[in-house]
Design a protein around this ligand. Structure first.
Ligand SMILES: Nc1ncnc2c1ncn2[C@@H]1O[C@H](COP(=O)(O)OP(=O)(O)OP(=O)(O)O)[C@@H](O)[C@H]1O
Length: 225
C-alpha cells in the first residue's frame, strides 16, 4: 500500500500541490484526472522519487523508488542506443538477468534500431516494455495511451488489467474517460493543487461532468467575433 499524507509541492513561490492525501492499494488501478497544469505529472514525479516535496509518501514493503516503474509523458533516450540496449540497461538497473529480450518484445518493436529515432508511440511502447521486464511492484503511468495506435491501445489496456490481476499498484493519468472507465477502480480529481473529489468505479461520470462544467464562457465568442 502507498500512503500519501499531507503532500505539498512548490516550484519557487508557485504552490503546485497542496495537502494531498491518497491511499493506493495492491491490485487496484487508480486514475488521476485534472485539467492541463493541475499537477498530475508533478505528483507522479514526487512518487517516483524524482522531486523533493513536503509531507510523506509511505510504502509498505520496500523502498518505493526501487520497485517503481515510472512512465513519464516525455521520454528521453540516449543517442545511438538501440531499443535492445535500452531494455538491457533497464534490466541491469534492477540486476535482472534476462536471457533473450527479443522474446519480451510484445509490441514487435525494431529493437536493433536506435530508440531516439522511434516514433512517439514506439518510444512509449519501448519504455513500457522496459518497465514490465523490470517486474516492478508499482506502476506510475503518465498518460500511457497518448500517441499510441489503436491496436497498442488495446494491448496497454490488457497490460493494465494483467497488472491488477498480479496485485500490482497502478496509478495512471489520462484525459480520456472511456479508457479510465475501462482501466480504473478509483478516480481522483486534482484541482487547484489538491484532490477535490475521489470516486469509485461506477461514479466516474460525476467527475467527468464536473470537469466538463468548466467552460470558457464568452471568451470564444469574443475571439471568433
Ligand atoms: N520543473 C518545474 N519548474 C517550475 N514549474 C513547474 C515545473 N514542473 C511543473 N511546473 C508547473 O507545475 C504545474 C503543474 O504541472 P504538471 O506538469 O504537473 O501538470 P499536469 O497536470 O501533469 O498537466 P498536463 O495535463 O498538461 O500534463 C504547472 O503550472 C507547471 O507549469
Amino acid at each position: 500500500m502507498i500512503n500519501i499524507q499531507s503532500l505539498c509541492k512548490s516550484y519557487g513561490k508557485h504552490k503546485v500541490l497542496y495537502n494531498i492525501n491518497l491511499i493506493f492499494k495492491k491490485g487496484e488501478v487508480n486514475g488521476i484526472v485534472g485539467e492541463n497544469g493541475a499537477g498530475k505529472s508533478t505528483l507522479f514525479k514526487c512518487m517516483a522519487g524524482l522531486e523533493s516535496f513536503e509531507g510523506s509518501i509511505a510504502y509498505t514493503g520496500n523502498i518505493l523508488k526501487n520497485v517503481t516503474g515510472y512512465l513519464p509523458t516525455e521520454l528521453f533516450f540516449f543517442s545511438k542506443m538501440t531499443g535492445y540496449e535500452y531494455l538491457q540497461l533497464l534490466c541491469n538497473a534492477r540486476d535482472i538477468k534476462e536471457k533473450n529480450l527479443y522474446t519480451s518484445n510484445i509490441f514487435d518493436l525494431p529493437l536493433n534500431e536506435y530508440a531516439e529515432n522511434y516514433s512517439t508511440g514506439m518510444k512509449k511502447k519501448l519504455a513500457l516494455t522496459g518497465l514490465l521486464i523490470q517486474k516492478n511492484e508499482v506502476f506510475i503511468l503518465d498518460e500511457p495511451f497518448n500517441g499510441v495506435d489503436i491496436h497498442s491501445n488495446i494491448i496497454i489496456q490488457e497490460i493494465i488489467l494483467k497488472l491488477k490481476e498480479l496485485k500490482k499498484i497502478v496509478v495512471m493519468s489520462s484525459h480520456i474517460f472511456s479508457t479510465l472507465n475501462q482501466s480504473c477502480d478509483h478516480l481522483h480529481y486534482l484541482k487547484d493543487g489538491t484532490i477535490k473529489s475521489s470516486v469509485i468505479k461506477g461514479e466516474f461520470e460525476l467527475i467527468e461532468n464536473e470537469m466538463k462544467g468548466s467552460s470558457i464562457g464568452n471568451k470564444l465568442v469574443e475571439l471568433m467575433d
